[in-house]
Ligand binder design. Structure first.
Ligand code: AMP
Ligand code: MN
Ligand code: MN
Length: 319
């Protein structure tokens, strides 16, 4: 229970992973709002990189800190949706300085880097885990909105296998709080700007199928991003569109972070454990959704990943 985790802490920092997604932002903002609403004697602050424009409907979004104070030492640092310390990014020094640390997460690759953890790798989302720690009666509409955002994004609007009966029950309970689900889903998940759709189209058009159509890959260079006037946040959803291609088991999407350095997203449909592949190359994630950073040309990246995918396919087939 949250009471126990927060018991001896007067000052609490909340942080999530770099390039925050819906679950990271939702779990952080949900927990922050809940502490603000119910623990008047405690001070909580959220440290996150800039979140997408579409999540700004969360009222407390304007209170997010994007830089850390030099001298502040928190009693407790709670990190959410983050599997290793490096992924905390700019807030990592605050984590190191904090008197105590606690991690709530659902990454199978979680390294157990915090003093105490609540990690359930088959949970739909960190937002679901955060919800489990709360008293239902004490959840405000603002908190409910944030947690709903988190489960919607990490389950792909309830379509992925990580969406369990408990996830649907939680969603129903949050609706009882007044969450406007159709609007939230439309505005934060499905709606795309013209430029986002254009770059999605470009990525699909240039995708390649290989390994007998079981793998699909595509990449976007910095130059292409500049041409369409988009940044990394605008590329969300490309890899899930690749994944639904008929016959495909593994989808690979990458975009250039700097010359010869690519941020890679991996998705699988059924059997392949992409978290193992990501971990092998220094990344991490979940069985069916993982990420990593790789150096080389896109073709080097695809070659290196293919070898690992092939090995797993062969061992699954008993070859
Ligand atoms: P993405 O492809 O970035 O949407 O990430 C898919 C999943 O893998 C998310 O749960 C991420 O938190 C996780 N992930 C992405 N990149 C990394 C990385 N470099 N190291 C560890 N986990 C990652
Ligand atoms: Mn995340
Ligand atoms: Mn998550």
């Amino acid at each position: 229970m949250l009471n126990k985790i927060l018991k001896d802490a007067e000052t609490i920092a909340i942080g999530g992973h770099i390039r925050p997604d819906g679950d990271c932002a939702g779990s952080c903002m949900g927990l922050y709002q809940y502490i603000k609403d119910n623990y008047e004697d405690k001070r909580a602050d959220v440290y996150l990189e800039e979140i997408p424009e579409t999540y700004q409907f969360l009222e407390a979004a304007k209170e997010i800190h994007h830089e850390i104070p030099e001298d502040m030492e928190y009693d407790l640092f709670i990190c959410l949706d983050c599997g290793d310390q490096d992924r905390l990014g700019f807030s990592a020094p605050l984590f190191e300085r904090a008197k105590h640390t606690y991690c709530i997460d659902h990454h199978i690759s979680n390294t157990g880097f915090a003093e105490d953890s609540y990690v359930i790798s088959d949970a739909s989302s960190t937002s679901e885990l955060v919800y489990n720690l709360m008293d239902y009666e004490k959840i405000s509409l603002e908190t409910a909105n944030a947690l709903y955002l988190g489960i919607v994004h990490d389950t792909g609007v309830f379509q992925y296998s990580c969406a369990a009966p408990s996830t649907f029950r939680m969603a129903a309970n949050l609706l009882e709080k007044g969450v406007d689900a159709p609007r939230l889903i439309q505005d934060t998940y499905y709606e795309k700007t013209y430029a986002q759709n254009q770059i999605l189209g470009r990525a699909l058009l240039e995708s390649i199928l290989f390994m007998d159509g079981t793998c699909i890959a595509t990449y976007i260079t910095k130059k292409t991003m500049d041409f369409y006037g988009v940044d990394a946040k605008d590329l969300d959803g490309i890899v899930s569109q690749l994944r639904v291609t008929k016959g495909v088991e593994v989808a690979i999407f990458m975009y250039e972070l700097e010359p010869r350095v690519y941020k890679v997203s991996l998705r699988s449909k059924d059997t392949i454990d992409v978290s193992k592949i990501a971990k092998y190359f220094g990344g991490g994630g979940h069985k069916k959704a993982a990420g990593l950073t790789m150096t080389g040309t896109p073709y080097d990246v695809i070659n290196n990943l293919s070898k690992q995918i092939e090995e797993q396919m062969e061992s699954l087939a008993g070859i």
